[in-house]
Design a protein around this ligand. Sequence first.
Ligand SMILES: Nc1ncnc2c1ncn2[C@@H]1O[C@H](COP(=O)(O)OP(=O)(O)O)[C@@H](O)[C@H]1O
Ligand SMILES: [Mg+2]
Length: 289
Amino acid sequence: METLKPIKEGKVREIYDNGDSLIMVATDRISCFDVILKNIVTKKGTVLTQMSKFWFDYTQDILPNHMISVDVNDMPEFFRQPQFDGNSMMCRKLEMLPIECIVRGYITGSGWASYKENGTVCGIKLPEGLKESDKLPEPIYTPSTKAEIGDHDENISYEQSVAHLEKYFPGKGEEYAAKLRDYTIALYKKCADYALEKGIIIADTKFEFGLDEDGNIVLGDEMLTPDSSRFWPADVYEPGHGQPSFDKQFARDWLKANPDNDWKLPDDIVQKTIDIYLEGYERLTGKKL
Ligand SMILES: Nc1ncnc2c1ncn2[C@@H]1O[C@H](COP(=O)(O)OP(=O)(O)O)[C@@H](O)[C@H]1O
Ligand SMILES: [Mg+2]
């Protein structure tokens, strides 16, 4: 069996080149405050991959996505090992569009910071008097440019996204920017409505799109996972402050409360983190892993 090496090793995900396709592996690593912790969160990678699969299936009517298979039997022999089973996705290789397509249904995080300062987010004027975590009258599209390694992503206006795309794809800026915005809003609306029925608020999320060999826009990357989104439990939702989230909350809180942590969590915090990832998956999909 040939041993394969990832072409890219991120903090959490690893990407393998497979000719026409890519294989994206979500590991059980956890990063908090941009540091990889010393613990392994068992099944986290599987939760992330299976959640993306669920959403890709659920939104096929809106646009095509890059998913080919999550069955390791469809992948090279190397992936038929326990550490890849369930957490690997074979994907169509795309030419990625250099915009992070962020959509916000609620005001929090960097959006809240910007609103407090000047009443706008990414050039969009919002109603006066919003409280932290308030639901917005309509979801807003707030694109950002993908930063070079080490840099922070930069929020841009819709008009700047046209110009940015035009730079990479002359003659196509208007068309691509409008499509990315419209797909992003449509995907968010459909999935946020569904999640809310299951007791989960999707406060915001980020999508990435690319072009296939025929120039069609295809949804790529991961989709609506706790790593790319803010999921809040709806039953305890209360505007006016930050919300608990369905992912690394316990880990983050414990690290903050224990500054001499050496980036290692105690077992009970790891277990709580595993449980919350599994609960998020089960609530959303109605299935157990
Ligand atoms: N179908 C695809 N084809 C090519 N590249 C993709 C595809 N889906 C996602 N990508 C890219 O793969 C990379 C995934 O890397 P990731 O682990 O998320 O780290 P980062 O986002 O920091 O670059 C991103 O650059 C993303 O744009
Ligand atoms: Mg990424």
